[in-house]
Design a protein around this ligand. Structure first.
Ligand code: GLY
Ligand code: MN
Ligand code: MN
Length: 443
């Protein structure tokens, strides 16, 4: 029998914490399905993050019904045991397995969902569920109608449904000690991969070969999968924010932007570094890079409890707009360029995002309409960038096609922050000493 990779007690604790907030209600989580690539071949499966966060169960096609306070609190509907299917596609826990291994009070075959669901919902006062899962929405609608009919002439309507997104998001946004450990593991392994990529890169290698070094390192280090599609963008490709073609040659004289991070126990890192393919920055590349680096370091230093994303972004916009003026990308008064959002032509994104089970993790960025102060235990990225399109006729010629982003993963501590990805060089002297040095040992 396969074993869960993480101690089930962790998921029981999470259920307990959520359960204390929703007594009397039911939470329904639906697992991801497998997506067909062609015929009977599937894309690599990755569990829905909320489903995984609450159950630890990694199989597709499952439904978790959580009824805190009721007899049989935790019920899971899963694919049945099926020796023939398991011969082809591997082990399934089945209904008994989710009881014995995943601490469910009751496991059922998924086929029984429609018939069992009304009974499971008849004594709850509310349902936490996220609409939009077309396969399951109609099953739930029918179950709710059946429940409402069972109320007879009581005058009671359909059970109310509330989206669980914020409820679980707020639990996910503050990381436990274990989650911090996994984020550190993901960050360290991703840092190793970036360092390897720098060592490997010389003029003439392809983006795809660099990608291979990155993802080889991830796997050799024991990670199940990258946290997102790796971006290996040389030259002008770096001005495409999420460039994932990764199919060109890295040329002498170009910069190489790599945005890649791997998962550890489902928690992702998210690192970007930009360095010269030749190992030596040209004067203009050095100028642009060092300005973005200073801004990035200032933004990282600003991360601490009480500060908001908006405050950091505001400072970064001020600083980057000044750089745009200095480099003659923009002209005019800084305050006007900020007010008119002219800077967005060269810095079109935000300073960062929460990081966790998802690279762009769940969690509210505002509370009561106001930017939300950072808290100890949050994890976020800091990733300023400057991107000058190759066809930008208004930009000085020597700047066209340059894209620089520098991204670190930052944990908020009680007194400031911990940079989880400081293991990847970002100082110019460190980068120049490393690029093209040759890759001897991968891990
Ligand atoms: N890797 C995607 C991002 O930086 O947001
Ligand atoms: Mn990011
Ligand atoms: Mn990134």
């Amino acid at each position: 029998m396969r074993k869960p990779e993480v101690d089930i007690e962790i998921f029981k604790e999470r259920q307990k914490e959520l359960g204390s907030k929703i007594k009397g209600a039911a939470l329904i989580l639906v697992a991801n399905s497998e997506y067909i690539r062609n015929h009977d071949v599937h894309h690599l499966f990755r569990q829905d993050s909320n489903f995984y966060y609450m159950t630890g169960f990694e199989e597709p096609d499952a439904v978790f019904v959580f009824r805190p306070g009721q007899v049989e609190e935790k019920i899971m509907f899963v694919r049945p045991k099926d020796p023939a299917a398991e011969t082809w596609d591997g082990f399934r826990f089945g209904p008994e397995g989710v009881e014995s291994v995943f601490a469910m009070d009751k496991g059922y075959n998924l086929e029984e969902l429609s018939s069992k669901l009304p009974d499971l919902l008849k004594d709850v006062n509310k349902i936490y569920y996220r609409k939009g899962n077309h396969r399951f929405d109609s099953i739930l609608d029918l179950a709710m109608e059946t429940v409402q009919k069972s109320f007879g002439r009581s005058g009671k309507g359909l059970l109310p449904i509330e989206d669980f997104w914020e409820l679980i998001g707020e639990q996910r946004v503050i990381k436990s000690e274990k989650e911090k450990e996994w984020l550190r593991e993901a960050a360290n392994l991703s840092a190793k991969a970036h360092t390897n990529a720098m060592k490997f890169t010389v003029p003439g290698v392809t983006e795809r070969q660099v990608l291979a070094v990155i993802e080889y390192t991830f796997k050799m280090g024991g990670s199940a999968r990258p946290g997102y599609n790796s971006i290996v963008a040389s030259g002008k490709n770096a001005t495409t924010l999420h460039y994932v073609f990764n199919d060109e040659k890295c040329s002498d004289g170009d910069l190489l932007l790599i945005d890649a991070g791997t998962e550890w126990n489902h928690y992702s890192a998210d690192i970007t570094r930009t360095f010269p393919v030749s190992g030596k920055f040209s004067d203009i590349q050095r100028d642009v890079y060092s300005r973005v680096l200073e801004i990035q370091k200032r933004a990282v230093d600003a991360v601490k409890p009480g500060v908001t994303f908006v405050e950091i972004q505001t400072q970064v916009i001020e600083d980057l707009t000044q750089v745009m003026i200095d480099l003659k990308l923009l002209s005019g008064e800084k305050s006007k360029l900020i007010e008119s959002q002219a800077f967005k032509k060269y810095y079109p994104h935000n300073i960062g995002h929460f990081l966790g089970l998802d690279v762009h993790d769940q969690g509210l960025y505002t509370h009561n309409g106001e930017p939300r102060p950072l808290e100890e235990g949050m994890c976020l990225t800091i990733e300023p960038g400057l991107y000058i399109p190759i066809d930008d006729k208004s930009a000085p010629q020597e700047l066209r096609g340059i894209g620089v982003r520098i991204e670190d993963d930052i944990l908020v501590t009680n007194s400031g922050n911990e940079n989880l990805t400081s293991g990847v060089p970002k100082e110019i002297s460190e980068i120049e000493a490393l690029v093209g040095k040759g890759l001897d040992q991968v891990i």
